[in-house]
Design a protein around this ligand. Structure first.
Ligand code: FES
Ligand code: ZN
Ligand code: ZN
Length: 303
């Protein structure tokens, strides 16, 4: 197996690009994919204040490494979700990563700053853990990015994440979510920070390979609450399709972004108002996060 660029010994095969790469040229290839995504979707420029949602996993740490390498100044924002050892280990790895590279990591703690942890919120609200987790992350990262004066919130979702989410939204014809599934969500006056996803051209196995080849120490354990996660199941299905037809995942996602997404743009045209409790943008009286927090508090009082 020879590198497409230098004909040296290849370390990875990327079938959807019909290419093999040596270490150096694979790393170059990933940098180019991310830079191209930032340019194509006009995500941000060198003068924007950027903050990256950091989880301690391969995707966010690889993306932090890439953005810093190609010349952006990016701070990190870590949300401690209260998922036992898993959360404390991920926090330690994120702090080590930042300290070794002289990067700034801001830490928000869901239990001490907002009064509850993901497992208890899931139990109290009868949501799945991932649903309580996703809602908390979206809310807190947006609110903190906005209130700390950042222009852009950068997220580490990769090609597999986005293709599986799209698949899930198509299976359920969730038109509102389809309308919002874009690599750039603009800022709004009402308190939504601009949100971008520069890793969407990079597959999960490639971010893992990138992290390993760059000596990045990331959280390899899976979240202990992930059992039964439907998105993970869809990822497996898409991987089986990808094995038979390399490139199908990227075609599915980018075909949607280029030709499908426009047909759903009206669906997200809902009027946002301020949550009566926290002031964050929402469609109802009380935002979903404040409802989750309220139901968790009342369950705690009952116990
Ligand atoms: Fe869903 Fe951790 S809560 S993977
Ligand atoms: Zn090479
Ligand atoms: Zn609220």
């Amino acid at each position: 197996m020879k590198c497409r660029v230098c004909r040296g010994k290849a370390v990875i095969q990327v079938r959807r690009h019909n290419a093999n790469f040596c270490q150096e040229h694979f790393i170059d290839h990933i940098h180019r994919q991310v830079e191209r995504t930032i340019d194509d979707f006009k995500m941000f420029g060198p003068d924007h204040r950027l903050v990256l949602g950091v989880s301690g996993g391969k995707d966010s740490l690889a993306l932090w490494h890439i953005l810093t390498y190609v010349g952006y100044r990016v701070d990190g924002l870590y949300l401690q979700l209260g998922i036992g050892d898993y959360s404390s280990e991920s926090l330690t790895l994120s702090q080590q990563f930042a300290a070794e590279r002289g990067l700034k990591l801001e830490v928000v703690d869901l239990p001490s700053d907002f009064g509850f942890a993901v497992p208890e919120a899931a139990a109290a609200s009868r949501r799945t853990p991932c649903s309580a987790c996703g809602l908390s992350k979206r809310y807190v990262l947006n609110r903190e990015a906005e209130s700390r004066g950042y222009d852009v919130l950068v997220m580490g979702h990769n090609l597999d994440d986005e293709a599986a989410t799209l698949f899930s939204n198509v299976l359920g014809w969730n038109v509102e979510y389809l309308g919002r599934q874009r690599p750039v969500l603009p800022a709004t006056d009402g308190g939504l920070c601009r949100k971008v996803k520069p890793l969407i051209r990079v597959a999960e196995r490639e971010t893992a390979a990138y992290a390993v080849l760059n000596g990045i120490d990331y959280e390899v354990e899976e979240c202990p609450l992930a059992a039964g996660n439907t998105i993970n199941r869809y990822k497996e299905w898409l991987n089986r399709l990808e094995e038979q037809s390399p490139g199908i995942k990227a075609n599915f996602l980018f075909g949607f972004l280029e030709r499908g997404s426009v047909h759903f743009s009206d669906a997200e045209d809902v009027e946002l108002v301020s949550c009566s409790n926290c002031g964050q943008p929402t469609t109802g009286e009380l935002c979903a996060f404040c409802r989750l927090q309220a139901v968790t508090f009342s369950r705690k009082q009952d116990l």
